[in-house]
Design a protein around this ligand. Structure first.
Ligand SMILES: O=C(O)CCC(=O)C(=O)O
Length: 296
């Protein structure tokens, strides 16, 4: 069950900053700074950025734009900016994702900053985007990136948040794990494309929200038709009935909307999936264990 919130904490504004990403890293950082400041000025207490917002989305770019997040300071100007703003503006930032360098490995990493400017969590994309739809969409993140190996759920001033990055949203088990651990909200920075975007983007967000009976927020880069990878856009907030609460098209936009966590309990009373779930009959871990034993 989601942890309960005091009534004055149950409502707050979230901002989804759908920003245009260029090949100029400094410009991207300045641009993200302005979007976050504008969102906070408009009352947002939680700001979500897109997947890979400081770099073009390409295997050639990831090593060039990657930052050493753990070293901080000059080694990570992107996260230094997020930390400074979250502290100065006293907001929570789910900082989209950037290419991270750690030793000789690269990750696609989302940093969450609390209102004190401290790094509260770091999520490394677990499911790398390796797909091949012949003639339509081929991408292989694993050519340059290493997969993360842990789910990330974090307690913030604006609730318990489960984090996934883009392709992570395709795996419902991760979302259900977050729901079982009491998440109020799942945040997915994501850059779907012109093939899977129209097919899956909204459908999957609504499914994750309806299955888990919680809020789901996504944030995409704005569409740049001249880019090597053309993003779908359509950053969206979905409520615990699977209803789209706010969305946008593919241009730059800051979507600001209220989240009311009291709706989670209300929806779970209307549709008591939590009590009705037959975990005694179906648990994925058992199936996976049995399959592994069968293939030995
Ligand atoms: O799941 C998809 O269709 C798109 C995923 C994606 O673009 C990504 O993980 O970067």
């Amino acid at each position: 069950m989601a942890a309960s919130f005091k009534s004055d904490e149950a409502r707050f504004k979230i901002a989804l900053c759908q920003m245009l990403v260029t090949s100029d890293k400094e410009r991207n950082i300045v641009h993200a700074r302005k979007a976050i400041e504008e969102a906070a000025n408009k009352g947002a207490q939680l700001v979500l950025l897109p997947e890979i917002w400081n770099s073009p989305y390409s295997n050639d770019s990831f090593p060039v734009y990657a930052e050493d997040i753990d070293a901080g300071g000059d080694a990570s100007p992107s996260t230094a900016m997020l930390s400074e703003l979250s502290r100065n503006l006293q907001i929570t930032i789910v900082g989209g994702s950037i290419p991270e360098r750690s030793g000789d490995k690269l990750y696609n990493t989302c940093c969450v900053f609390g209102t004190d400017g401290k790094l509260k969590a770091k999520h490394r994309k677990i499911h790398l985007f390796d797909i091949d739809i012949p003639g339509q969409m081929t991408f292989k993140e694993s050519l340059t990136l290493t997969a993360g190996d842990s789910p990330t759920i974090v307690d913030t001033d604006v609730g318990r948040i489960g984090i996934g990055i883009c392709y992570d949203i395709q795996f419902q088990e991760l979302a259900m794990l977050y729901a079982a651990r009491g998440a109020h909200l799942l945040c997915y920075p994501g850059a779907f494309n012109m093939v899977t975007g129209p097919l899956h983007w909204e459908l999957i967000q609504r499914a994750r929200a309806a299955d888990g009976q919680l809020f789901v927020a996504t944030c995409s880069p704005a569409r740049d038709t001249n880019a090597g990878y053309v993003a779908w856009g359509h950053s969206t907030l979905v409520g615990p009935f699977g209803e789209v609460i706010a969305t946008t098209e593919h241009d730059e936009a800051i979507v600001i909307e209220e989240i009311d966590y009291s709706l989670i309990d209300q929806r779970r009373t209307f549709l008591p999936f939590q009590k009705q779930r037959r975990g005694d009959l179906y648990q994925l871990v058992d199936v996976q264990r049995r399959n592994t034993e069968l293939t030995k």
